[in-house]
Design a protein around this ligand. Sequence first.
Ligand code: AP5
Length: 216
Amino acid sequence: MNLIFLGPPGAGKGTHAKMLSEKYEFTQLAAGDILRRNIKEGTKLGALAKDVIARGELVSDDLVNDMMFEEIKVLKIAKGFIFDGYPRTIGQAEALEKFLAKENIPLAAVVNFDASEAVLVDRLGGRRLCAVTGKIYHVRNMPPKKEGICDCHGQPLVIRKDDEPATILNRLKVYHESTKPLIEFYRKKGLLHDVPADGDAASVQKVLEKLFEKIR
Ligand code: AP5
């Protein structure tokens, strides 16, 4: 079963994509994670994306499309994938539609994480990450056992560069301008499922699991 997770920054796409991937053995394909990996490895794509991400803007459609198509081709996907944070523009969605049709890959559903702006700002402001695994924490909502330290590796937790307050506001603005129109794009195709995402992680996860049991 192949899915798209759509929603504003901080809505919980990454958190729940990871939780569901563990439970159902999906492959998580997170555009932001792949871009950050390229920055860390010093690739040409990473060099092109670095400043764009730091400003909270979108990397160009062509670069992101090629990156995601390449990722699908090289990975051995057994039980389906979750596109997390891709597509993010109408141009990306149209290119993806063509690619999936050409490769004969079906798309089961698009999950729209619907969260209020105040919740998003609070979540992004308190987000912390394990520098080794990318495991996501929140200082209050989902804290590690020991403050500032990852439960898995004992490494210090880090703050994402684009989680600075001014960059958060720009990312939200970019979401409204470029990504929100995808809700209607996929609703018209009968693929969209809205998931209220203001609740705590356990309750959102419950709604998602119920939805998957229905779609499967
Ligand atoms: P990306 O890394 O994808 O960032 P994003 O879409 O802005 O999404 P986030 O990762 O910030 O939020 P999320 O919804 O995954 O929330 P999370 O689960 O972490 O992209 C980064 C950048 O890369 C973009 O700005 C752009 O420049 C570029 N890029 C990426 N994709 C692109 C594309 N397709 N095209 C062009 N450019 C692209 O949760 C957030 C926090 O909340 C965490 O602390 C978590 O612990 C907490 N939390 C989560 N759920 C809950 C809950 N239910 N209750 C309480 N707390 C919760």
